[in-house]
Design a protein around this ligand. Structure first.
Ligand code: GLC
Ligand code: CA
Length: 543
Protein backbone atom coordinates (compact mmCIF):
# COMPACT_ATOMS: atom_id res chain seq x y z
CA UNK A 1 0.00 0.00 0.00
CA UNK A 2 2.27 2.54 1.44
CA UNK A 3 5.41 3.03 -0.56
CA UNK A 4 3.63 4.35 -3.65
CA UNK A 5 1.73 6.92 -1.62
CA UNK A 6 4.73 8.41 0.10
CA UNK A 7 7.01 8.08 -2.89
CA UNK A 8 4.74 10.45 -4.75
CA UNK A 9 5.19 13.10 -2.04
CA UNK A 10 8.18 15.44 -2.36
CA UNK A 11 10.92 14.75 0.19
CA UNK A 12 10.48 18.09 1.93
CA UNK A 13 6.92 17.19 2.95
CA UNK A 14 7.82 13.93 4.66
CA UNK A 15 11.21 14.92 6.13
CA UNK A 16 11.92 15.30 9.84
CA UNK A 17 14.08 18.43 10.16
CA UNK A 18 16.81 19.04 12.70
CA UNK A 19 18.24 22.47 13.43
CA UNK A 20 21.95 22.60 14.15
CA UNK A 21 23.25 25.71 15.85
CA UNK A 22 26.65 25.26 14.24
CA UNK A 23 28.63 27.06 16.93
CA UNK A 24 27.35 24.67 19.59
CA UNK A 25 27.04 21.26 17.97
CA UNK A 26 30.47 19.66 17.72
CA UNK A 27 33.97 21.10 17.84
CA UNK A 28 36.55 19.10 15.89
CA UNK A 29 39.70 21.06 16.68
CA UNK A 30 39.50 21.96 20.35
CA UNK A 31 39.03 25.72 20.01
CA UNK A 32 35.70 25.51 21.85
CA UNK A 33 33.64 26.54 18.82
CA UNK A 34 31.52 24.12 16.80
CA UNK A 35 32.50 23.60 13.16
CA UNK A 36 31.46 21.82 9.96
CA UNK A 37 34.03 19.07 10.41
CA UNK A 38 32.49 18.43 13.83
CA UNK A 39 29.07 17.94 12.25
CA UNK A 40 30.49 15.41 9.78
CA UNK A 41 31.68 13.37 12.75
CA UNK A 42 28.13 13.25 14.14
CA UNK A 43 26.17 12.33 11.02
CA UNK A 44 25.82 8.71 12.09
CA UNK A 45 24.17 9.84 15.31
CA UNK A 46 21.71 11.85 13.21
CA UNK A 47 20.88 9.11 10.73
CA UNK A 48 22.93 6.01 9.92
CA UNK A 49 20.00 4.33 8.19
CA UNK A 50 19.04 2.27 11.25
CA UNK A 51 16.75 2.84 14.26
CA UNK A 52 19.85 3.05 16.46
CA UNK A 53 20.22 6.57 15.14
CA UNK A 54 17.87 9.50 15.50
CA UNK A 55 16.64 9.17 11.93
CA UNK A 56 16.29 12.82 10.92
CA UNK A 57 16.11 13.54 7.20
CA UNK A 58 17.22 17.12 6.77
CA UNK A 59 19.59 19.41 8.66
CA UNK A 60 19.15 23.16 8.91
CA UNK A 61 22.52 24.75 9.56
CA UNK A 62 22.45 28.18 11.21
CA UNK A 63 24.83 30.75 9.62
CA UNK A 64 28.46 29.68 9.39
CA UNK A 65 29.51 32.55 7.09
CA UNK A 66 32.11 35.23 7.63
CA UNK A 67 30.81 37.53 10.31
CA UNK A 68 32.07 39.79 13.11
CA UNK A 69 29.75 37.66 15.29
CA UNK A 70 27.87 40.36 17.10
CA UNK A 71 24.70 38.40 16.28
CA UNK A 72 26.69 35.15 15.93
CA UNK A 73 26.56 34.71 12.20
CA UNK A 74 23.32 36.55 11.44
CA UNK A 75 25.46 39.65 10.81
CA UNK A 76 27.13 38.56 7.59
CA UNK A 77 30.08 40.15 5.82
CA UNK A 78 30.32 37.56 3.03
CA UNK A 79 27.32 35.38 2.14
CA UNK A 80 29.38 33.04 -0.03
CA UNK A 81 31.98 31.98 2.48
CA UNK A 82 32.65 29.83 5.52
CA UNK A 83 33.95 31.63 8.59
CA UNK A 84 37.42 30.18 9.23
CA UNK A 85 36.41 29.27 12.79
CA UNK A 86 33.76 26.94 11.33
CA UNK A 87 35.95 25.52 8.55
CA UNK A 88 36.19 26.05 4.81
CA UNK A 89 34.13 25.72 1.65
CA UNK A 90 35.82 22.36 1.11
CA UNK A 91 34.50 21.26 4.52
CA UNK A 92 31.04 22.36 3.45
CA UNK A 93 31.26 20.28 0.27
CA UNK A 94 32.45 17.29 2.29
CA UNK A 95 29.64 17.73 4.80
CA UNK A 96 27.03 17.79 2.04
CA UNK A 97 28.54 14.77 0.32
CA UNK A 98 28.73 12.77 3.56
CA UNK A 99 25.19 13.76 4.50
CA UNK A 100 23.81 12.85 1.08
CA UNK A 101 25.58 9.51 1.25
CA UNK A 102 23.42 8.78 4.29
CA UNK A 103 20.25 10.12 2.70
CA UNK A 104 20.36 13.27 4.86
CA UNK A 105 19.67 16.60 3.19
CA UNK A 106 21.20 19.92 4.18
CA UNK A 107 19.62 23.36 4.06
CA UNK A 108 21.47 26.56 4.91
CA UNK A 109 20.39 29.84 6.44
CA UNK A 110 19.66 32.55 3.87
CA UNK A 111 19.90 35.86 5.69
CA UNK A 112 18.09 38.21 3.35
CA UNK A 113 16.81 41.13 5.31
CA UNK A 114 20.01 42.74 6.56
CA UNK A 115 23.78 42.39 6.49
CA UNK A 116 26.50 43.29 8.93
CA UNK A 117 27.46 46.97 8.90
CA UNK A 118 30.94 45.65 8.12
CA UNK A 119 29.77 44.09 4.85
CA UNK A 120 31.66 45.65 1.91
CA UNK A 121 28.31 46.54 0.34
CA UNK A 122 27.44 48.67 3.35
CA UNK A 123 30.89 50.25 3.44
CA UNK A 124 30.26 51.44 -0.12
CA UNK A 125 26.69 52.39 0.59
CA UNK A 126 27.58 54.61 3.52
CA UNK A 127 30.59 56.17 1.75
CA UNK A 128 28.54 58.96 0.19
CA UNK A 129 25.00 59.90 -0.69
CA UNK A 130 25.67 59.36 -4.39
CA UNK A 131 27.53 56.05 -4.14
CA UNK A 132 26.07 53.56 -6.68
CA UNK A 133 25.28 51.19 -3.80
CA UNK A 134 23.65 53.90 -1.67
CA UNK A 135 20.17 52.52 -2.36
CA UNK A 136 21.15 48.91 -1.70
CA UNK A 137 20.24 49.86 1.86
CA UNK A 138 17.44 52.03 3.20
CA UNK A 139 18.60 55.61 3.82
CA UNK A 140 16.40 58.56 4.75
CA UNK A 141 16.80 62.07 6.09
CA UNK A 142 15.89 62.62 9.69
CA UNK A 143 13.28 65.06 10.75
CA UNK A 144 13.98 67.81 13.25
CA UNK A 145 17.06 66.02 14.55
CA UNK A 146 15.02 62.83 14.98
CA UNK A 147 14.79 59.58 12.96
CA UNK A 148 12.58 59.60 9.85
CA UNK A 149 9.67 57.84 11.57
CA UNK A 150 8.65 55.83 14.63
CA UNK A 151 9.80 52.38 13.47
CA UNK A 152 11.36 50.16 16.07
CA UNK A 153 13.63 47.11 15.85
CA UNK A 154 12.47 43.57 16.68
CA UNK A 155 15.31 43.38 19.19
CA UNK A 156 14.02 46.50 20.96
CA UNK A 157 14.84 50.19 20.66
CA UNK A 158 14.52 52.42 17.63
CA UNK A 159 14.88 50.99 14.14
CA UNK A 160 17.11 53.75 12.78
CA UNK A 161 20.85 54.28 13.05
CA UNK A 162 22.48 57.62 12.22
CA UNK A 163 25.47 57.87 9.95
CA UNK A 164 27.11 61.12 11.06
CA UNK A 165 29.34 61.44 7.98
CA UNK A 166 26.52 61.61 5.44
CA UNK A 167 23.94 62.92 7.89
CA UNK A 168 21.29 60.31 7.05
CA UNK A 169 19.63 57.50 8.92
CA UNK A 170 19.64 53.83 7.88
CA UNK A 171 16.86 51.44 8.82
CA UNK A 172 17.67 48.24 10.73
CA UNK A 173 15.06 45.59 11.60
CA UNK A 174 17.22 44.01 14.31
CA UNK A 175 20.47 45.23 15.91
CA UNK A 176 21.91 48.54 14.76
CA UNK A 177 24.92 46.68 13.33
CA UNK A 178 22.50 44.98 10.86
CA UNK A 179 21.35 47.58 8.30
CA UNK A 180 18.38 46.56 6.20
CA UNK A 181 18.82 45.67 2.55
CA UNK A 182 16.60 47.31 -0.04
CA UNK A 183 14.99 44.56 -2.12
CA UNK A 184 13.32 47.15 -4.37
CA UNK A 185 16.78 47.81 -5.86
CA UNK A 186 17.21 45.50 -8.88
CA UNK A 187 21.03 45.11 -8.62
CA UNK A 188 20.81 44.21 -4.95
CA UNK A 189 18.08 41.73 -5.73
CA UNK A 190 20.23 40.09 -8.40
CA UNK A 191 23.23 39.96 -6.07
CA UNK A 192 21.16 38.30 -3.34
CA UNK A 193 19.60 35.79 -5.74
CA UNK A 194 23.14 34.91 -6.82
CA UNK A 195 23.77 33.90 -3.21
CA UNK A 196 21.10 31.24 -3.63
CA UNK A 197 22.76 30.01 -6.81
CA UNK A 198 26.10 29.84 -5.04
CA UNK A 199 24.82 27.40 -2.40
CA UNK A 200 22.59 25.43 -4.76
CA UNK A 201 25.58 24.96 -7.06
CA UNK A 202 27.38 23.52 -4.02
CA UNK A 203 24.53 21.04 -3.72
CA UNK A 204 22.71 22.52 -0.75
CA UNK A 205 19.13 21.22 -0.67
CA UNK A 206 17.53 24.53 0.13
CA UNK A 207 17.23 27.38 2.57
CA UNK A 208 15.82 28.56 5.82
CA UNK A 209 15.08 32.22 5.16
CA UNK A 210 15.74 34.63 7.99
CA UNK A 211 13.31 37.40 9.04
CA UNK A 212 11.37 37.03 5.82
CA UNK A 213 8.37 38.91 7.12
CA UNK A 214 10.59 41.98 7.49
CA UNK A 215 12.02 41.75 3.97
CA UNK A 216 10.29 44.82 2.63
CA UNK A 217 9.10 47.97 4.43
CA UNK A 218 6.52 50.58 3.46
CA UNK A 219 7.88 52.62 0.57
CA UNK A 220 6.27 55.82 1.86
CA UNK A 221 7.89 55.36 5.26
CA UNK A 222 4.63 55.93 7.11
CA UNK A 223 4.64 55.70 10.90
CA UNK A 224 3.51 52.44 12.43
CA UNK A 225 0.16 53.08 14.15
CA UNK A 226 0.23 53.28 17.92
CA UNK A 227 -1.76 50.62 19.67
CA UNK A 228 -2.36 49.70 23.28
CA UNK A 229 -3.18 46.20 22.23
CA UNK A 230 -0.12 45.54 20.16
CA UNK A 231 2.75 45.30 22.57
CA UNK A 232 5.63 44.73 20.27
CA UNK A 233 9.35 44.74 21.03
CA UNK A 234 8.78 46.87 24.09
CA UNK A 235 6.61 49.58 22.50
CA UNK A 236 2.92 49.93 21.92
CA UNK A 237 2.89 49.96 18.19
CA UNK A 238 1.61 47.74 15.43
CA UNK A 239 4.23 46.82 12.85
CA UNK A 240 1.86 47.43 9.93
CA UNK A 241 4.44 49.29 7.84
CA UNK A 242 7.47 47.18 8.72
CA UNK A 243 6.14 43.65 8.40
CA UNK A 244 4.26 41.43 5.93
CA UNK A 245 4.31 43.99 3.11
CA UNK A 246 2.48 42.83 -0.02
CA UNK A 247 5.58 43.42 -2.18
CA UNK A 248 7.46 40.64 -0.42
CA UNK A 249 5.28 38.00 -2.09
CA UNK A 250 6.67 38.91 -5.48
CA UNK A 251 10.26 38.66 -4.17
CA UNK A 252 9.58 35.26 -2.65
CA UNK A 253 8.08 34.10 -5.95
CA UNK A 254 11.31 35.15 -7.71
CA UNK A 255 13.29 33.09 -5.19
CA UNK A 256 11.04 30.11 -5.82
CA UNK A 257 11.44 30.35 -9.59
CA UNK A 258 15.21 30.22 -9.16
CA UNK A 259 14.98 27.39 -6.63
CA UNK A 260 12.84 25.28 -8.96
CA UNK A 261 15.52 25.48 -11.66
CA UNK A 262 17.52 23.14 -9.44
CA UNK A 263 14.99 20.34 -9.19
CA UNK A 264 13.43 19.26 -5.94
CA UNK A 265 14.81 21.76 -3.45
CA UNK A 266 12.96 23.57 -0.68
CA UNK A 267 12.79 26.77 1.31
CA UNK A 268 11.28 27.41 4.70
CA UNK A 269 10.65 30.94 5.86
CA UNK A 270 10.84 32.64 9.20
CA UNK A 271 7.67 34.55 8.54
CA UNK A 272 6.61 35.36 12.05
CA UNK A 273 8.44 37.09 14.79
CA UNK A 274 7.94 38.06 18.37
CA UNK A 275 5.27 37.99 19.80
CA UNK A 276 4.33 35.17 17.40
CA UNK A 277 0.65 35.93 17.25
CA UNK A 278 -1.34 34.26 14.45
CA UNK A 279 0.55 35.77 11.60
CA UNK A 280 0.50 36.04 7.84
CA UNK A 281 2.90 33.09 7.63
CA UNK A 282 0.48 30.85 5.76
CA UNK A 283 -0.03 33.42 2.99
CA UNK A 284 3.54 32.73 1.84
CA UNK A 285 3.11 28.97 1.64
CA UNK A 286 1.90 27.69 -1.69
CA UNK A 287 3.33 26.18 -4.84
CA UNK A 288 4.52 29.60 -6.15
CA UNK A 289 6.20 30.85 -2.99
CA UNK A 290 7.56 29.09 0.08
CA UNK A 291 7.46 25.33 0.51
CA UNK A 292 7.12 25.84 4.25
CA UNK A 293 6.90 28.59 6.86
CA UNK A 294 7.41 27.99 10.55
CA UNK A 295 4.28 28.14 12.62
CA UNK A 296 5.56 29.61 15.89
CA UNK A 297 2.30 29.95 17.76
CA UNK A 298 3.11 27.12 20.16
CA UNK A 299 5.75 29.42 21.63
CA UNK A 300 3.03 31.56 23.15
CA UNK A 301 1.20 28.92 25.15
CA UNK A 302 1.73 26.91 28.24
CA UNK A 303 1.56 23.16 28.18
CA UNK A 304 -2.16 22.82 27.50
CA UNK A 305 -3.87 20.44 25.09
CA UNK A 306 -6.68 22.81 24.34
CA UNK A 307 -4.47 25.73 23.33
CA UNK A 308 -2.27 23.56 21.16
CA UNK A 309 -5.30 22.09 19.46
CA UNK A 310 -6.68 25.57 18.78
CA UNK A 311 -3.40 26.56 17.16
CA UNK A 312 -3.44 23.49 14.92
CA UNK A 313 -7.13 23.69 14.01
CA UNK A 314 -6.88 27.39 13.19
CA UNK A 315 -3.85 26.85 10.99
CA UNK A 316 -5.42 23.88 9.25
CA UNK A 317 -8.39 26.12 8.42
CA UNK A 318 -6.36 28.93 6.86
CA UNK A 319 -3.60 26.92 5.16
CA UNK A 320 -3.74 27.00 1.36
CA UNK A 321 -4.81 23.80 -0.40
CA UNK A 322 -1.32 23.54 -1.91
CA UNK A 323 0.33 24.57 1.37
CA UNK A 324 1.94 22.37 4.02
CA UNK A 325 2.35 23.21 7.74
CA UNK A 326 5.67 23.33 9.60
CA UNK A 327 5.65 22.88 13.38
CA UNK A 328 8.29 23.68 15.93
CA UNK A 329 8.53 24.05 19.68
CA UNK A 330 12.04 25.43 20.13
CA UNK A 331 14.73 27.26 18.23
CA UNK A 332 17.80 29.39 18.89
CA UNK A 333 15.72 32.50 19.60
CA UNK A 334 13.38 31.35 22.36
CA UNK A 335 13.74 29.37 25.61
CA UNK A 336 13.77 25.62 25.00
CA UNK A 337 10.36 24.01 25.48
CA UNK A 338 11.77 21.50 27.95
CA UNK A 339 12.39 24.49 30.19
CA UNK A 340 9.15 26.26 29.35
CA UNK A 341 6.95 23.28 30.18
CA UNK A 342 8.42 22.13 33.43
CA UNK A 343 12.13 21.58 33.22
CA UNK A 344 13.22 25.13 33.99
CA UNK A 345 16.16 24.14 36.08
CA UNK A 346 17.10 27.83 36.13
CA UNK A 347 15.08 28.95 39.11
CA UNK A 348 12.59 26.35 40.25
CA UNK A 349 14.33 23.07 39.61
CA UNK A 350 12.82 20.44 37.37
CA UNK A 351 9.24 19.24 37.76
CA UNK A 352 8.91 15.52 38.39
CA UNK A 353 6.89 15.23 35.19
CA UNK A 354 9.19 17.32 32.99
CA UNK A 355 10.36 14.38 30.90
CA UNK A 356 6.82 13.01 30.57
CA UNK A 357 5.73 16.39 29.23
CA UNK A 358 8.67 16.49 26.82
CA UNK A 359 7.53 13.09 25.49
CA UNK A 360 4.04 14.42 24.81
CA UNK A 361 5.59 17.38 22.98
CA UNK A 362 7.75 15.13 20.83
CA UNK A 363 4.79 12.90 20.03
CA UNK A 364 2.65 15.87 19.04
CA UNK A 365 5.33 17.35 16.80
CA UNK A 366 6.01 14.04 15.09
CA UNK A 367 2.38 13.06 14.49
CA UNK A 368 0.77 16.30 13.33
CA UNK A 369 0.26 16.90 9.64
CA UNK A 370 3.24 18.90 8.47
CA UNK A 371 6.98 19.15 8.76
CA UNK A 372 8.41 18.83 12.29
CA UNK A 373 11.47 20.96 13.09
CA UNK A 374 13.54 19.76 16.03
CA UNK A 375 16.16 21.90 17.75
CA UNK A 376 19.46 20.17 18.55
CA UNK A 377 19.53 18.69 22.04
CA UNK A 378 15.76 18.69 22.54
CA UNK A 379 15.94 14.92 22.10
CA UNK A 380 18.16 14.82 25.21
CA UNK A 381 15.95 17.08 27.31
CA UNK A 382 18.45 19.90 27.24
CA UNK A 383 17.09 22.93 28.99
CA UNK A 384 17.89 26.61 29.38
CA UNK A 385 21.05 27.07 31.35
CA UNK A 386 21.14 29.96 33.74
CA UNK A 387 24.14 32.20 33.04
CA UNK A 388 25.56 35.03 35.05
CA UNK A 389 25.44 38.19 32.99
CA UNK A 390 29.20 38.38 32.56
CA UNK A 391 29.14 35.04 30.70
CA UNK A 392 26.48 36.13 28.27
CA UNK A 393 27.58 36.72 24.69
CA UNK A 394 24.35 37.73 22.96
CA UNK A 395 23.80 41.50 22.98
CA UNK A 396 20.14 41.02 23.94
CA UNK A 397 21.06 39.53 27.28
CA UNK A 398 23.93 41.85 27.96
CA UNK A 399 21.77 44.92 27.57
CA UNK A 400 18.07 44.60 28.01
CA UNK A 401 17.04 41.34 29.60
CA UNK A 402 18.69 40.88 32.96
CA UNK A 403 17.87 37.21 33.52
CA UNK A 404 17.85 35.62 30.12
CA UNK A 405 19.85 35.85 27.03
CA UNK A 406 19.55 33.67 23.96
CA UNK A 407 22.84 32.11 25.08
CA UNK A 408 20.88 30.21 27.74
CA UNK A 409 19.38 27.91 25.07
CA UNK A 410 22.40 27.83 22.77
CA UNK A 411 24.74 25.92 25.07
CA UNK A 412 26.87 23.11 23.62
CA UNK A 413 25.40 19.78 22.59
CA UNK A 414 26.08 16.99 25.08
CA UNK A 415 27.69 13.91 23.57
CA UNK A 416 29.49 11.98 26.30
CA UNK A 417 30.04 12.12 30.06
CA UNK A 418 33.08 13.94 31.33
CA UNK A 419 34.67 17.35 30.83
CA UNK A 420 33.69 19.11 27.61
CA UNK A 421 30.83 16.57 27.23
CA UNK A 422 32.38 15.35 23.99
CA UNK A 423 31.55 18.73 22.45
CA UNK A 424 35.11 19.98 22.76
CA UNK A 425 38.46 18.99 24.16
CA UNK A 426 39.08 22.65 24.93
CA UNK A 427 37.15 25.44 26.62
CA UNK A 428 33.55 25.57 25.30
CA UNK A 429 32.50 29.01 24.04
CA UNK A 430 29.48 28.85 26.37
CA UNK A 431 29.30 26.85 29.61
CA UNK A 432 27.80 23.36 29.46
CA UNK A 433 24.52 22.23 30.93
CA UNK A 434 25.27 21.25 34.54
CA UNK A 435 23.42 17.96 33.94
CA UNK A 436 25.67 16.96 31.07
CA UNK A 437 26.73 13.70 32.69
CA UNK A 438 23.12 12.52 32.89
CA UNK A 439 21.73 13.97 29.67
CA UNK A 440 24.47 13.30 27.13
CA UNK A 441 23.68 11.27 24.01
CA UNK A 442 25.92 8.32 24.90
CA UNK A 443 24.43 7.78 28.36
CA UNK A 444 20.87 8.47 27.19
CA UNK A 445 21.28 6.26 24.15
CA UNK A 446 22.04 3.30 26.38
CA UNK A 447 18.93 3.80 28.55
CA UNK A 448 15.87 2.23 26.90
CA UNK A 449 13.46 4.60 28.65
CA UNK A 450 15.34 7.79 27.78
CA UNK A 451 13.79 10.70 25.93
CA UNK A 452 16.34 10.15 23.18
CA UNK A 453 15.10 6.61 22.57
CA UNK A 454 11.53 7.87 22.60
CA UNK A 455 12.38 10.29 19.76
CA UNK A 456 14.16 7.51 17.87
CA UNK A 457 11.21 5.12 18.12
CA UNK A 458 8.72 7.72 16.94
CA UNK A 459 10.82 9.06 14.10
CA UNK A 460 11.42 5.57 12.72
CA UNK A 461 7.77 4.66 13.15
CA UNK A 462 6.83 7.77 11.18
CA UNK A 463 8.83 6.45 8.26
CA UNK A 464 6.76 3.25 8.33
CA UNK A 465 3.35 4.88 8.46
CA UNK A 466 2.36 6.85 5.36
CA UNK A 467 -0.62 8.39 7.16
CA UNK A 468 1.76 10.00 9.67
CA UNK A 469 3.85 11.43 6.88
CA UNK A 470 1.27 12.64 4.40
CA UNK A 471 -2.18 11.82 5.75
CA UNK A 472 -4.92 14.40 6.14
CA UNK A 473 -5.59 15.80 9.62
CA UNK A 474 -8.99 15.37 11.23
CA UNK A 475 -9.62 16.72 14.72
CA UNK A 476 -11.41 14.33 17.08
CA UNK A 477 -13.46 15.46 20.06
CA UNK A 478 -11.91 13.43 22.86
CA UNK A 479 -14.53 14.35 25.49
CA UNK A 480 -11.91 15.60 27.95
CA UNK A 481 -10.20 18.83 26.76
CA UNK A 482 -6.95 17.75 28.39
CA UNK A 483 -6.54 15.17 25.64
CA UNK A 484 -5.47 16.23 22.16
CA UNK A 485 -6.80 13.62 19.74
CA UNK A 486 -6.91 13.52 15.98
CA UNK A 487 -6.87 11.21 13.00
CA UNK A 488 -4.34 11.02 10.23
CA UNK A 489 -5.72 9.43 7.11
CA UNK A 490 -4.69 8.42 3.64
CA UNK A 491 -6.75 6.41 1.17
CA UNK A 492 -5.31 3.22 2.66
CA UNK A 493 -4.53 3.99 6.25
CA UNK A 494 -6.31 5.53 9.20
CA UNK A 495 -4.51 6.33 12.44
CA UNK A 496 -5.99 7.56 15.68
CA UNK A 497 -3.56 9.64 17.76
CA UNK A 498 -4.30 10.61 21.36
CA UNK A 499 -2.07 12.67 23.63
CA UNK A 500 -2.79 13.03 27.32
CA UNK A 501 -1.48 16.37 28.60
CA UNK A 502 -2.11 15.63 32.28
CA UNK A 503 -0.99 13.43 35.15
CA UNK A 504 -4.47 11.89 35.39
CA UNK A 505 -5.71 8.73 33.67
CA UNK A 506 -8.37 9.80 31.15
CA UNK A 507 -10.94 7.75 29.22
CA UNK A 508 -11.04 8.81 25.60
CA UNK A 509 -14.04 9.06 23.32
CA UNK A 510 -13.77 8.65 19.58
CA UNK A 511 -11.34 5.74 19.34
CA UNK A 512 -12.69 2.96 17.18
CA UNK A 513 -10.37 0.25 18.50
CA UNK A 514 -7.58 -1.01 16.31
CA UNK A 515 -3.99 -2.11 16.63
CA UNK A 516 -1.64 -0.29 18.94
CA UNK A 517 1.14 0.98 16.69
CA UNK A 518 2.72 3.03 19.42
CA UNK A 519 2.36 3.83 23.09
CA UNK A 520 4.59 5.66 25.51
CA UNK A 521 3.55 2.97 28.02
CA UNK A 522 5.60 -0.19 27.50
CA UNK A 523 2.81 -2.42 28.89
CA UNK A 524 0.12 -1.36 26.47
CA UNK A 525 -0.71 -4.01 23.91
CA UNK A 526 -4.29 -3.16 23.06
CA UNK A 527 -6.74 -0.31 23.31
CA UNK A 528 -9.27 -2.26 25.35
CA UNK A 529 -13.01 -1.96 24.90
CA UNK A 530 -12.77 1.65 25.94
CA UNK A 531 -9.43 3.41 25.64
CA UNK A 532 -8.21 4.98 28.87
CA UNK A 533 -4.99 6.89 28.58
CA UNK A 534 -2.45 6.63 31.36
CA UNK A 535 -1.01 9.92 32.69
CA UNK A 536 0.87 11.70 29.88
CA UNK A 537 0.35 8.72 27.63
CA UNK A 538 0.61 8.93 23.84
CA UNK A 539 -1.20 6.27 21.82
CA UNK A 540 -1.29 5.68 18.09
CA UNK A 541 -3.90 3.17 16.92
CA UNK A 542 -4.19 1.86 13.41
CA UNK A 543 -7.91 1.52 12.73
C1 GLC B 1 16.26 35.94 13.11
C2 GLC B 1 17.22 34.93 13.67
C3 GLC B 1 17.89 35.55 14.86
C4 GLC B 1 18.66 36.76 14.40
C5 GLC B 1 17.73 37.73 13.70
C6 GLC B 1 18.48 38.82 13.00
O1 GLC B 1 15.20 36.22 13.94
O2 GLC B 1 16.56 33.75 13.96
O3 GLC B 1 18.71 34.66 15.53
O4 GLC B 1 19.26 37.38 15.50
O5 GLC B 1 16.96 37.10 12.73
O6 GLC B 1 19.03 38.38 11.80
CA1 CA C 1 36.22 24.30 16.30
Amino acid sequence: MSAAETNAAPWWKTAVYYQIYVRSFADSNGDGVGDLQGIIGKLDYLNDGTPNSLGVDCLWLTPFYESPNVDFGYDITNHCSVHPEHGSLADFDRLVAEAHRRGIRVIVDYVVTATSDEHPWFAESRASRDNPKRDWYIWRDGWNGKPPNNWIAVSGGRGWGLDPATGQYFYHPFFECQPSLNWRQPDLRRAMLDVMRFWLDRRADGFRIDLLNHLVVDEQMRDNPRSWKGWYAGRFQQPLCTRDQPESHEVVAAMRTLLDEYGEKMMVGETSSFPWEPSQAHTFVNSRELNLAFNMEFFVYRFQAQKFREVVDRYERVAAADGWPAWTLSNHDIPRHFGRYGGARIIYGERADAVARARVCAAMLLTLRGAPFLYYGEELGMTNRWLPRRWMKDPIGKKSWPLFSRDCWRTPMLWTPGPGAGFTTGDPWLPLDPDADRLNAQTAGARPDSLLNFYRRLIWLRKELPALQIGAYEPVAAADPAVFAFRRRTANQSLFVALNFTDRAIPVAGAAGGNVRFSSEPWRTDAGARLTLAPYETVILEE
